[in-house]
Write a protein that binds this ligand. Structure first.
Ligand code: F7E
Length: 328
């Protein structure tokens, strides 16, 4: 019997990489998407286009317990990857209520539906380095206390605790992956790395004259999404459920990412980048750097793509896309 995996947030960057990995491993892959996505596949399912005939999509909403319950009952998954969330930190300050409601309830609903209808299912929750926020120690490990600095971070702390509680109280095989920033050519445009690589490619092509950014001094531990989703899968192959930091152990400023991206296109970033106060956050996470030694020791996982290679990979793809006037 083929194993069945259910992915929430399958239309996003991680969902797209994870689906491909699971298909290659022989899984039957099911995804939960909003009905609007099914009605507008060209725009909303672009990351899944090449594999659409290999996966099964179900219309549902994180805001509706009934819809999640029905899908879980129908699919009866062996593994569930709960990736769906309002994941843009900046937007969470503008609409804290919907971020908190959707992210916390969505996690609670899916955990409860699995407990009721697929209690043997192994569960992965996409926790986040945003939970560390105003960091208490450097680097951050699974034992570092949380101090979230955004409504998004708060919602992820609640999701983390719900997942741990379902593991401890109801004996579910539920894991938290504390993933640090992970990027790729499939990253959404609102996140800083993709905003930069697409912006540079457009400037290079003469389509834009400047790139407006916020805080250039923030430091992030940026890895490649394609590497990080392997850690998600590995967690669910262990004998015991647990929580893991997934990171690269390196940190770089936004400014460094900007420099490398402009350099790669043969441009001087100082001529094009304008700092805009509007893009600064009300509370910033200044320095993230993860210690992934537990994931390395237990899962045998380590990141493969280095920071410089990641910038190059994203630049190559955006330069190509802008040239072809394709997806950008
Ligand atoms: O910001 C600074 C910004 O939006 C990174 C999500 O996947 O990773 C991501 O969250 C940094 C911040 O990602 C702009 O102030 C400067 O310090 O790419 P970002 P994020 O907030 O770190 C974590 C792990 C998640 O879980 C999240 O879901 O870049 N920055 N100027 C800017 N950021 C943006 N977006 N746009 C700017 O113009």
């Amino acid at each position: 019997m083929r194993k069945k995996a259910l992915i929430t947030g399958i239309t996003g960057q991680d969902g797209a990489y994870l689906s491909r990995l699971l298909i290659d491993k022989g899984y039957q892959v099911h995804g939960i998407v909003r009905r609007v996505a099914l009605e507008d596949p060209e725009h909303r399912l672009w990351r899944l286009k090449p594999i659409l005939n290999k996966i099964k999509l179900h219309a549902g909403s994180l805001e509706s317990y009934a819809s999640l319950f029905n899908i879980v009952q129908k699919v009866k998954p062996d593994e569930c990857y709960h990736l769906a969330a309002q994941s843009f930190v900046s937007y969470s300050f503008e609409d804290e209520f919907s971020t908190i409601n959707t992210n916390i309830n969505g996690t609670h609903f899916i955990l409860s539906a699995l407990k009721e209808r697929a209690p043997k299912c192994k569960i992965y929750f996409a926790a986040s380095s945003e939970m560390f926020g105003h960091v208490r120690e450097i680097p951050q490990t699974e034992n570092t206390p949380f101090h979230p600095r955004s409504p998004y971070g708060i919602s992820k702390v609640a999701g983390f605790e719900l997942t741990r509680n379902y593991r401890e109280a109801y004996n579910l095989f539920a894991c938290n992956g504390i993933l640090f920033n992970h990027e790729s050519p499939m990253r959404g445009y609102e996140f800083v790395t993709r905003k930069i690589t697409l912006g540079v490619a457009r400037i290079k092509a003469g389509l834009d004259k400047e790139l407006r950014l916020g805080n250039l001094e923030a430091k992030r531990d940026w890895g490649f999404a394609g590497d990080f989703i392997e850690a998600m899968w590995l967690m669910l192959q262990e004998k015991k459920p647990d929580d893991y930091v997934v990171a690269t152990g390196e940190t770089h400023t936004v400014r460094r990412f900007v420099e490398l991206a402009f350099d790669y296109a043969g441009l001087d970033w100082k001529k094009y980048v304008k700092q805009d106060k509007v893009l600064f956050r009300p509370a910033e996470v200044n320095q993230l750097i993860g210690d992934y030694s537990k994931a390395k020791r237990i899962l045998g996982w380590k990141p493969k793509v280095k920071f410089e290679e990641l910038v190059k990979m994203m630049m190559d793809e955006d330069l190509r896309r802008v040239k072809c006037q394709k997806q950008f």
